[in-house]
Design a protein around this ligand. Structure first.
Ligand code: FES
Length: 116
């Protein structure tokens, strides 16, 4: 069962090197985020580039570089570490993606708001 402010999927449906888009209600606002399985560990972020606030993915759910090592912002090419959300190159170098809370519940991965 999914509580308000939560989004969940089966962990088995998101293998290493894959991402999934999600929507959450956080503080009364509809928020778009995404979840990544990076080397077997799940991380989730708000889908908003800290540079000018656009979503990272121009093509839906295209977040990772071809080698899967970084997220690429499709607008101006900023690069982010999947495990920290830290921007390592591009116009917002040094900034961070906003992290969402990830927990496991049985076979599911559950994402919830950063300000729960
Ligand atoms: S909006 Fe992401 S790098 Fe400019």
């Amino acid at each position: 069962m999914t509580a308000p402010g939560e989004w969940r999927c089966r962990a088995a449906d998101l293998g290493p090197g894959t991402t999934a888009k999600l929507r959450l209600m956080c503080g009364g606002r509809d928020l778009e985020g995404f979840l990544v399985n990076h080397e077997g560990v799940y991380h989730a972020y708000v889908n908003r580039c800290p540079h000018v606030g656009t979503p990272l993915d121009l093509w839906p759910n295209e977040f990772l570089s071809e080698d899967g090592r970084v997220f690429v912002c499709s607008t101006h090419g900023a690069l982010f570490e999947p495990d920290t959300g830290h921007c390592v190159a591009g116009p917002c170098a040094g900034d961070e993606l906003t992290r969402l809370v990830v927990r496991h519940d049985g076979d599911d991965v559950v994402v919830s708001c950063h300000t729960a």
